[in-house]
Design a binder for this molecule. Structure first.
Ligand code: PLP
Length: 398
């Protein structure tokens, strides 16, 4: 290559192993490419209603769902401004960057934030959650916020245990759960688990482009909404309920609904929700088998140290001391066209993340893992070679 030539563009598809946005199935892409239609037209309303009903089935709720044009942050904000008033306290269960960010958002909105601190490699201790709730004799805590699947640390926090802590202490706080990187990948049961607001987004397990988000809302939360005083307009649930579609104050993003109709068909009819969860679990175990194998010879290791809380949609991998995860990610991306997730917040440069959610199968996972191992070799990252054989053995046994 001469000095004036730039590096050649890589051929083939980019291997996209980020934990969201995720790969979009071709049929969903095609469905999104729908001609503009009037969102008040009865043909569209049929599609819209079917999508909302499908979303409720995936959330496992028979209660209300509100949708927003905006990424997951929009639904985070909607859940807070619709339920709380200035000076109310929320209890944030620390799990990593996203739990902290939700808390920061609450603070910026004028909400008092109390946190249950946690070792990010093990996740929050439920005894500490119970203790924080029991200590709140004045009942100043109005909501408990938990990230069901902490995308930054690769950890699943058991929401039913949080519900149990609320019940055991007789605490009336609302339970808010972020399902952004769990919905459609990990089992989530809004009604059975007593979740009052479930926050979800389009671009992960639902395999859609980024830009639409939603909240499942319980009857208890709708009641609490009536006395919430935080300023709101676009996200105002009362205003939404007066609209014909009971959501969206402005233009409805119709193309998302044609895409969602197709992704729900893939999830519910073509594969089946339980099989979707089983596939995520199978692929996640293969990823962990490879990482655990690599960890020999002072190699990178699983960030999550709590096997009961391993995430089945994303694995965070901790680099050996003194080695930069972003340098390895650059080799993977620039030389081999593999996109991995980076470390977030204080984990920047320390971990890389392998996303394994959405439209994904065994060859894609094996290709990703093989390329990570290749990049480690090229970048001089110590590890025990042979992680792919470990992943294959895990998949063959599954
Ligand atoms: N919560 C979790 C668990 C996430 O993984 C993300 C994004 O990755 C967010 C919230 C923020 O969502 P968005 O980036 O769609 O605004």
């Amino acid at each position: 290559m001469s000095a004036t030539q730039t590096a050649p563009k890589p051929r083939g598809r980019q291997f996209f192993a980020n934990p969201g946005p995720t790969n979009i199935p071709d049929s969903v892409l095609l469905a999104c490419a729908h001609q503009t239609v009037d969102f008040n037209d009865s043909n569209f309303i049929e599609v819209y209603d079917a999508c909302v009903a499908g979303l409720k089935r995936v959330l496992k709720t028979e209660q209300t769902v509100f949708l927003y044009t905006g990424s997951g942050h929009a639904a985070w904000e909607a859940s807070l401004v619709n339920l709380l008033s200035t000076g109310d306290t929320v209890l944030i269960l620390e799990s990593g960057h996203f739990s902290i960010s939700w808390g920061k958002m609450a603070q910026d909105l004028g909400i008092e934030v109390q946190s249950v601190a946690a070792d990010w490699r093990r996740g929050v201790d439920m005894a500490a959650v119970r203790a924080a709730l029991a200590a709140d004799a004045a009942r100043t805590i109005k909501a408990v916020c938990v990230v069901h699947n902490e995308t930054a640390t690769g950890m699943m926090i058991p929401v039913p245990e949080v519900r149990a802590a609320l019940d055991a202490t007789g605490h009336p706080a609302l339970l808010l759960a972020d399902t952004i990187s769990s919905l459609g990948s990990l089992d989530f049961r809004m009604d059975e688990w007593g979740v009052d607001a479930a926050v979800g987004g389009s671009q992960k397990g639902l395999m859609l482009p980024t830009g639409m988000s939603f909240t499942g809302v319980s009857a208890k939360a709708l009641e609490a909404h009536k006395s919430s005083k935080l300023p709101k307009h676009y996200f105002h649930w009362t205003n939404m309920l007066q609209r014909p579609l009971k959501s969206f104050l402005g233009t409805v993003p119709v193309s998302f609904f044609y895409g969602l109709q197709e992704s729900l068909r893939l999830i519910e009819q073509e594969e089946g929700l339980e099989n979707v969860f089983a596939r995520h679990s199978r692929l996640a175990r293969a990823v962990r088998a490879a990482v655990q194998h690599w960890s020999g010879n002072n190699g990178p290791q699983l960030f999550c140290l709590n096997p009961g809380r391993y995430s089945d949609s994303v694995t965070a991998v901790l680099m050996p001391e003194g080695l930069n995860a972003d340098a390895l990610r650059q080799v993977a991306l620039k030389r081999f066209n593999l996109s991995l997730g980076g470390g977030l917040g204080p984990l920047g440069g320390k971990v890389f993340r392998i996303g394994h959610l959405g439209d994904l199968n065994e060859p894609m996972i094996l290709g990703t893992l093989a390329t990570v191992e290749l990049a480690m070799q090229v970048a001089g990252v110590p590890h025990t070679p042979g992680g792919i054989a470990a992943a294959i053995a895990s998949l063959a046994a599954a």
